[in-house]
Design a protein around this ligand. Sequence first.
Ligand SMILES: O=C(O)CCC(=O)C(=O)O
Ligand SMILES: [Fe+2]
Length: 358
Amino acid sequence: MDLPVVDLAPYLQIAGDAAPADAEEAVRALCATVSGSLRDTGALLVKDPRCSAADNDRFLDVVESYFARSAESKRLQERPHLHYQVGVTPEGVEVPRSLVDGEMQERIKSMPDEFQPDTPKGPDPKWRYMWRVGPRPSNTRFKELNSEPVIPDGLPEWKETMDSWGAKMISAIEVVAEMAAIGFGLSKDAFTSLMKEGPHLLAPTGSDLERHGSEGTVFAGFHYDLNFLTIHGRSRFPGLNIWLRNGKKMDVKVPVGCLLIQSGKQLEWLTGGECLAGMHEVVVTKRTLEAIALAKEQNRSLWRVSSTLFSHIASDATLKPLGHFSEATNAPNYPPISAGEYVEQELSAINLKGKVAL
Ligand SMILES: O=C(O)CCC(=O)C(=O)O
Ligand SMILES: [Fe+2]
């Protein structure tokens, strides 16, 4: 089974009023593909004419040069007191949910062997940089989640590159969020109205394949994303596995020029569990090894950089099943909670806010 690739251009055209009336039916079908794929696979591939492969490359180049710095110099951008929600998170800090969540461990044990995730033995060996994208609320109960950005020195192109790639990815997410809302039978702005001034984070991971490049190394242990929708551009090194709703594991191939979308826990909340957060992991696979060999041959960086962006529901907005989802069978499992409070609980569980006992 392949993930569908949805071209966002027809929807953008309709939104711009440049399309003939009969195009509307086709766009409705596309919206149903978006919501259906998020529900059944937790993921979706999209093509957005506004996000080019060249933009993605420019972003990867800048972030590769940052991660190539020494650990001490990168640690100047570390902000543990802000729960690592801005600046750098060193390797060995973030704990995969599957390491600390007993219920998830039981679920893993019940999976057939062929679909079981690789077992992480400790915190993730990946670094990460969190770069805040979009306007921040002037007044919020969750100041740490909405902090000033941290800018690394000595990289004059950093701010512009991160802001511009971040803004493009957010535009793509907003279209997907509108299409998903239509597909789910909600009003078009049901999700996007809650995303306004959300703590959206461009959050590339950086994994040193020179030091951790052996097959089976787990960069990001089995987990779900705690945010609304995650979007990734193409990484130069594969390794992302996702689990479909039917329990099957799939290694994701993102075609050139495409973006990968994944459903996060806040979407699960808003749909009363009809659309579950997509489980995934990042491990060194045979395909990663092939990409490492090619990069060595071509003298390219061996830092695996992901172009991950976490879009969020605004911290002060309430998470609860929307519209007809309040009648969903599992809706009672998703009681109202402010998005900020929910995020803080999740950050504690994965060692980014306070410490967890391992
Ligand atoms: O490194 C990646 O490709 C994605 C990592 C991931 O799943 C995450 O950052 O939540
Ligand atoms: Fe993730």
